[in-house]
Design a protein around this ligand. Structure first.
Ligand code: SF4
Ligand code: SF4
Length: 437
């Protein structure tokens, strides 16, 4: 309690005394900031009789504060000689309120993507250890988790998935906790969770281990994605926690198309399609849409950009379904979200390669609101300079586009996610960005 009080005091004083003098993120001191400071003073000075009832009436203790913009905490990637990014990550997570969650003797799932073997853009286990250590310090029982994939690769069952996690450096020593694959040996161990007011999904098929956890923390590598535009907290939740049949349900509306003029018949796409949906005759590929489940794996593997997601609403529907899956996962349990904006590659970490990042590393963010967190990441990314020679840079011929995600992966629409998430009352697209040193 004392630590929390001191943290509130520090945060409130920083915001009230320092931020109004800085304009980097146009931070505005809100009524709630002053109220938070009053709460701290009340805790320290025991002035309950003066402040108590009024303050409790005006401050929400819900996961997402509906009174005002959600708070997203941010720290950049700069360090000094006596500091480290790991220390900064810990500070930003604590500032964002991770220790507000009662973790005592609770199973805490830390949802991460271990990276396909060959990919080097995935988050290092060092980041996960910071989170796991905080959970342990709060007397929680942390474990790292992810569910198996729909496509052919090295994470399509629990054994290969664990092998890949180990090869990529994740083990109890490096990650600070055990690793459990969320949907069982063959990706079939799931639980159906209801989606309240779901428009596209009635029950989300979620890996049983994740569904059984008491608390969920997402540790997200923020990057581009070939079907959803970007990958952040909602993608890590909605797609990443889905079992194989859940992933099928999410993917089946979005199917790619082949530009036969670009196709050279190299057959690389056929080797990654787990559904055997692609055939190549006379050096031209063809997709059997009845077999295709829309996993998007073939899009990134084609060296000649002959396969693209279709320019129709189906990709938006995938976005909507991901939102509804996410809602099912977190609606009944405490949750917290962390995104690392580094190595922002043009495709998902499911790829066994990672092309040059499209923009420089940005920073680390944390929030109790996954929607606000994703929106803040997207907005920050849009402001960054392009990296010359990246897929983004080449796609737009060096002229910065309005939407770097759509330009990197044509046909994607980030706004579809946010509009549906707000409609589903999952979180807040409006946020205050609060910098933590
Ligand atoms: S990977 Fe691309 S170029 Fe090669 S066969 Fe498939 S669609 Fe054609
Ligand atoms: S053809 Fe369909 S199922 Fe096969 S890799 Fe491409 S998107 Fe996935």
């Amino acid at each position: 309690m004392a630590l929390k009080t001191l943290q509130y005091l520090k945060d409130s004083l920083i915001k009230i005394l320092i931020y109004p003098t800085r304009d980097k993120y146009a931070y505005k001191v809100s009524k709630n900031d002053y109220l938070e400071l009053l709460i701290v003073l009340r805790n320290i000075l025991s002035l309950n009789h003066i402040l108590g009832f009024f303050l409790y009436q005006n401050l929400s203790t819900d996961n997402v504060d509906n009174m005002s913009d959600s708070k997203v905490y941010f720290t950049d990637m700069h360090t000094s000689l006596n500091d480290s990014l790991l220390n900064k990550l810990k500070r930003v997570i604590i500032a964002a309120g991770i220790t507000d969650i009662d973790m005592e003797k609770k199973f805490v799932a830390i949802k991460i993507h271990f990276g396909e073997y060959g990919n080097l853009a995935f988050l290092r286990p060092n980041y996960a250890k910071v989170v796991a250590d905080i959970v342990t310090e709060q007397s929680g029982i942390p474990f790292l988790t992810d569910c198996s994939t729909l496509y052919v690769g090295k994470r399509k069952n629990a054994v290969e998935h664990l092998d890949t996690a180990n090869l990529n450096g994740f083990n109890p020593m490096t990650a600070g906790c055990q690793i459990i694959i969320g949907d069982g040996l063959k990706g079939t161990d799931d639980v159906e969770l209801p989606v309240e007011n779901g428009e596209y999904i009635k029950t989300a098929k979620i890996g049983r281990t994740i569904a059984d956890a008491d608390i969920i923390i997402t540790l997200n590598h923020f990057k581009c994605h070939e079907l959803t535009g970007f990958g952040g907290a909602l993608k890590n939740l909605g797609m990443g926690c889905a079992s194989r049949r859940g992933k099928m349900e999410l993917h089946t509306s979005g199917k790619p198309t082949i530009n036969t003029e670009n196709c050279r018949g190299c057959m690389k796409c056929t080797t990654v399609c787990a559904q055997n949906a692609i055939t190549v005759t006379s050096k031209k590929a063809k997709i059997d849409l009845n077999k295709c489940v829309g996993c998007g794996r073939c899009i990134g593997v084609c060296p000649f950009d002959a396969i693209t997601a279709q320019f129709d609403e189906t990709m938006n529907i995938i976005d909507y379904k991901i939102v509804e899956y996410s809602k099912a996962i977190i609606s009944e349990k405490p949750n917290f979200h962390i995104s690392i904006m580094a190595d922002i590659s043009p495709y998902c970490d499911c790829h066994s390669e990672n092309d040059l990042q499209i923009i420089p590393n940005v920073g680390m963010l944390a929030s109790k609101d996954p929607v606000a967190l994703d929106k803040a990441c997207v907005d920050l990314a849009q402001k960054q300079p392009m990296i010359e020679g990246s897929r983004l840079y080449n796609n737009c011929n060096g002229k910065k586009p309005d939407d770097i995600f759509r330009c990197t992966n044509p046909g994607t629409d980030c706004n579809a996610t946010f509009e549906h998430a707000e409609k589903m009352k999952m979180g807040n697209g409006k946020y205050e960005l609060i910098e933590v040193a």
